[in-house]
Design a protein around this ligand. Structure first.
Ligand code: SF4
Length: 140
């Protein structure tokens, strides 16, 4: 049976796969949007402010992203309310052990979350995918 996007989103919110495998991540998953979206942004992983606000691209990364989109004629409020925003891994991965910046999700975490990303892409079927950051760009 094919699951709906809402069912996949509910699963993502409840998912603790990485935690159960021993990775120090901070659920729940962060994403926004529905299947009517024409654009899909895919970042690396949420940061701490995105996790706390449960809003993708909430802080510094959002300032950069919406700066680019505004220059392309796309307003932030319109984009947030009508388009889909997700990431390669959807839970906050915590800080790097060195303390400098957030930890880059490892290969296994990316593989765990890839099923969700593939389902999101299939079910939203966006006209344009905007990968943001090296991890997402390398995926495409
Ligand atoms: S990052 Fe993805 S696979 Fe890992 S616990 Fe969160 S939703 Fe699940």
């Amino acid at each position: 049976m094919v699951e709906s996007l809402q069912e996949i989103q509910a699963k993502m919110k409840k998912c603790r796969l990485c935690l159960e495998a021993g990775y120090e991540i901070y659920p729940p998953a962060v994403f926004s949007g529905d299947s009517s979206a024409e654009f899909m942004t895919i970042g690396q992983a949420p940061g701490i402010t995105e996790q706390q606000a449960q809003r993708p691209f909430n802080a510094g990364s959002g300032t950069r992203l919406f700066g680019w989109l505004t220059r392309a004629g796309l307003e932030e409020d319109w984009f947030r309310s009508t388009q889909y925003m997700s990431s390669v891994t959807k839970c906050y991965p915590g800080r790097q052990p060195s303390g400098s910046g957030d930890r880059v999700p490892g290969r296994i975490e990316q593989e765990f979350c890839r099923t969700y990303l593939d389902q999101e892409i299939n079910l939203v079927d966006p006209q344009i995918i905007i990968p943001i950051g090296r991890l997402a760009i390398n995926l495409f």
